[in-house]
Design a protein around this ligand. Structure first.
Ligand code: PMP
Length: 353
């Protein structure tokens, strides 16, 4: 979901941006009007996340998946060192697989044997002090598990795929060398990916990379090396305006997200095993609540009845099955309450408690 006020403003101003007279879909990416939008989107992100001095904020295309490759192209390839990966779920694994095209990768921790039901404790990470970087995933969207605290990894640069909990809570940006997120969960529509890069990392980018996959070129080009995804950046500006002015910042957003997730986890915990949460309680995601019902036919029935009530997109990812409630920032508390009430009712009717 996207915040309604952001969608309404985009709708109101679609034919002509106020004071500009041209649509955001038509405007030149070199115009001063778009420069102001881009600048404001970046300023909003810096403000919300309290990005310290010494970091670039850059807008890319190509989704989070391109970043899986780019991190390795820029910081692994040709270093002669391995890169460490936290394989915490489907996306962590995919990130490592993509990086393996560029150099040697190793799992600093792998949750596969436990069916990706939890994040690792900090002392479980088998870190190589010589690693080019350690890559982690802050929220595994498919399994519904989330990192609570950023791990301390010493001198090794920390890279993070924060795609599915970006802007959902405050983040210690200063602990990361590279932090990236595709926009289409909490920050805007599909089509733009936000990358926050510590300046010293830019010196490491190989000179022989094509420009569009070279962090240094793209950072120095201030997101305008070539045509950026203009409309998606504009939407990021509107969504971050909403986070700042209506929600009141990421601490507030986090409080709301906690309340929303709590509503659903409470139903799961109090259902005496009718609903079974996928995640270990201390690794539960506040963004993606994953759970199962006693058997597959009941899950089918649950999804069907939910859909009839307008509760959409509750089917778990095809790779794991079950159910998944994605309750990103823009999902109102009211929406989660409706789902909670439906879950309670369904459980009661089918003999659960
Ligand atoms: N990482 C995570 C954590 C994701 O949730 C997703 C998308 N669901 C991706 C990576 C892939 O993003 P994209 O499709 O933008 O490449």
């Amino acid at each position: 979901m996207l915040p309604l006020p952001a969608l309404e403003q985009a709708q109101r101003d679609l034919l002509a941006l106020p004071g500009v007279g041209i649509s955001i879909l038509e405007i030149s990416h070199r115009s001063k009007d778009f420069a102001a939008i881009l600048e404001q989107a970046e300023a909003n992100l810096r403000n919300l996340l309290r990005v310290p001095e010494g970091y670039h904020v850059v807008f890319f295309q190509g989704g989070a998946l391109l970043q899986f490759g780019m991190v390795a192209m820029n910081f692994l390839r040709g270093t002669g060192r391995p890169a460490d990966y936290v394989v915490s779920g489907s996306w962590g694994k995919k990130a490592m697989d993509e990086a393996s095209t560029q150099g040697q990768v190793r799992a600093a921790w792998d949750g596969k044997a436990e069916n990706f039901t939890r994040m690792p404790e900090e002392d479980e990470l088998q870190l190589d002090p010589n690693a080019a970087y350690l890559h982690m995933t802050s929220n595994e969207t498919i399994q519904g598990i989330q990192v609570r605290l950023t791990p301390n990894v010493g001198e090794v640069p920390l890279a993070c795929d924060a795609s599915s909990d970006f802007l959902s809570r405050p983040l210690p940006v200063e602990k990361y060398a590279v932090l990236y997120a595709c926009a289409q969960k909490n920050a805007g529509p599909a089509g733009v990916t936000i990358v926050i890069l510590r300046d010293d990392m830019l010196q490491k980018c190989p000179k022989d990379l094509p420009s569009l996959v070279n962090y240094r070129v793209m950072a120095e080009g201030k997101s305008l090396f070539n045509t950026p995804p203009v409309f998606a950046v504009y939407m990021v500006k509107l969504v971050t305006d909403w986070l700042l002015s209506t929600v009141g910042g990421l601490e507030k957003m986090n409080e709301i997200n906690r309340r929303k997730a709590q509503m659903l986890y409470e139903v799961i915990d109090q259902s005496k095993g009718f609903y079974r949460g996928h995640a270990e309680p201390w690794s539960r995601s506040l963004m993606n609540v994953t759970f199962r019902l006693p058997d597959a036919p009941l899950e089918e029935q649950f999804l069907k009845e939910a859909k009839d009530r307008g509760l959409a997109e509750l089917k778990g990812h095809r790779s794991v099955g079950g159910c998944r409630a994605s309750i990103y920032n823009a999902m109102p508390e009211e929406g989660v309450r409706t789902l909670r009430d439906f879950m309670l009712e369904f459980c009661e009717q089918r003999g659960g408690k």
